[in-house]
Design a protein around this ligand. Structure first.
Ligand SMILES: [Zn+2]
Length: 273
């Protein structure tokens, strides 16, 4: 099965207790993103159990989610300054070699409430990039209405081993522009491919196969008509992507080919087992 480049297993398990059984049955390697200590501890336990049982592996990611500074009114309800402790933890985990990537970090300027925290998001992002650079870690980026911010940081992003755009939010031109600037960008696609998201489909049709990843962002990006996303969505995402690429006449027009290539990409970004 194709690897999942971005998911939140702790959040998913809270909604769907059978999630880990499903993941193991489908043999989905997963990059797990956490932003607090409890979640990270759970991910660490899941990873250790998977290793012990020779199940599909986890790769652990940690960052202060860019939505956190929005605080009490935010969807994640972190409270004012609730992100200071997570930032300390990130530095600890990264220095201890516990992480496969710093993420998800980035910018969320979706609406006025998020834009009010732009300055804090800016400071947090700079701190994350510094930790990633010092520890030679890839980053997983969450970017909403903020691609211009990413281009401002092109110089620092170029220095990292890999830059994964979770749920690729840009246009094909923006993607190629990042690559031309020497940023080791990977473009991750999820359920939006099945929802006729136009720019995502156009991007999936043209990017080089060695730059593509897939994700569920479970449980946060449900396919139409579902309450949450889970690992069982991956085959549908892959089929949609293969169809798009077949029609475009580019490599990766068959599911097996796409699966093999993106698995390889997953391990080149997050480390070989
Ligand atoms: Zn996410």
């Amino acid at each position: 099965m194709a690897a999942d480049a971005h998911a939140h297993p702790g959040d998913l398990l809270a909604l769907f207790p059978g999630a880990e059984d499903e993941r193991r049955r489908l043999a989905v390697p997963c990059a797990a993103s956490a932003w607090n200590e409890g979640e990270f501890t759970l991910h660490r336990e899941l990873a250790a159990a998977a290793k012990r049982d020779a199940a599909a592996p986890y790769r652990l990611c940690f960052a202060v989610h860019p939505q956190l500074p929005r605080g009490k009114t935010g969807s994640r309800n972190a409270g004012e300054a609730g992100f200071l402790r997570p930032l300390e933890l990130l530095a600890e985990f990264a220095a201890a070699g516990s992480l496969a990537a710093v993420g998800e970090t980035g910018f969320d300027l979706y609406d006025e409430a998020f834009r009010k925290t732009e300055k804090i998001q800016e400071e947090l992002f700079a701190a994350h990039l510094e930790i990633a650079r010092a520890c030679k870690l890839p980053v997983v980026l969450h970017v909403r209405r903020a691609m211009h911010k990413i281009f401002l940081h092109a110089g620092s992003l170029k220095e990292l081993p890999a830059v994964v755009f979770h749920s690729w939010p840009g246009s094909p031109d923006e993607g190629f522009s990042l690559l031309r600037r020497g940023i080791p960008a990977f473009f991750s696609f999820g359920a939006a491919l099945m929802r006729n998201h136009k720019r995502m489909i156009q991007s999936c049709a043209v990017f080089p196969l060695e730059r593509i990843l897939f994700e569920t962002d479970a449980p946060w990006q449900p396919p139409r008509g579902r309450a949450f996303s889970s690992w069982a969505d991956l085959p549908g995402i892959l089929r949609a992507a293969a169809e798009i690429r077949k029609e475009a006449g580019v490599p990766g027009g068959e599911v097996t080919e796409l699966e093999e290539a993106t698995d390889k990409n997953f391990y080149s970004v997050f480390g070989v087992p």
